[in-house]
Design a protein around this ligand. Sequence first.
Ligand code: ZN
Ligand code: FE
Ligand code: FE
Ligand code: ZN
Length: 265
Amino acid sequence: MLTDYHIHTPLCHHAEGEPAEYIRAAQAAGLAEIGFSDHNPMATQFDNWRMAPEDLPRYLAMIDQAQRDHADFPVRLGLECDYIPGYEDHIRWLARQADWDYLIGSVHYIAPDWEVDNPYPEHIKRWAQQPVEDVWERYFAAYTRMAASGLFDFLAHPDLVKKFGNRPEGDLSRFYTTSLEAIADTGAVLEVSTAGLRKAAREIYPSRTFLELAHARHIPIVINSDAHAPAEVAHEFAKAVELVKAVGYTSVTRFHKRQKTQILL
Ligand code: ZN
Ligand code: FE
Ligand code: FE
Ligand code: ZN
């Protein structure tokens, strides 16, 4: 049975639906567990798409309440943390603020003023200012650094840089290998995210080539939707299962109190 551990809440200002609605959707989809993982707070107001610093206690109380209300269904507590060089101590601080089931690492920022997945014009215009290759190199350099930090239980949407459909020519494995080595070295789990199917990329994160290279290095996976609305829970999971089985995976990872277990597909 599958799980969905990458789920947002309205506290990040760009997701809708209460935890109870997401849980109902998970049960309807036949999942074994759900886990919430909203965008982490920074120490100060940082951007407009994450929970405010003072909302962390509200987030913890909200998930705690959801757990109490659904004693018959496992509801996990996670957090999607932005990996930004220089903020490693902030992640360590966050790790001490709750009894997390998992921390997710994500690269959205590839420069202090550039979020690679942000559809607003001031971010989109950056794409026209340099070759796609350079953007991809910058993104995967950040991803490698995130993996090497060893701060996270699993690493989100591995090739998010393709979100708007911008892809360099040819075999893309040249961008993937250093990240994959860092992931394998630190024992992190890789997210297979169906969110890419809902974007211009029209493809699961990561690509099949990336996943084949991950499988060759025995990197474990977890399948998630990155739901920002209850209807997105377990979205296109059948496609994700088909893909991971096709490249040779036979199990997915479950998380509890930052310990991981493999469950056969
Ligand atoms: Zn989000
Ligand atoms: Fe993300
Ligand atoms: Fe997310
Ligand atoms: Zn995400």
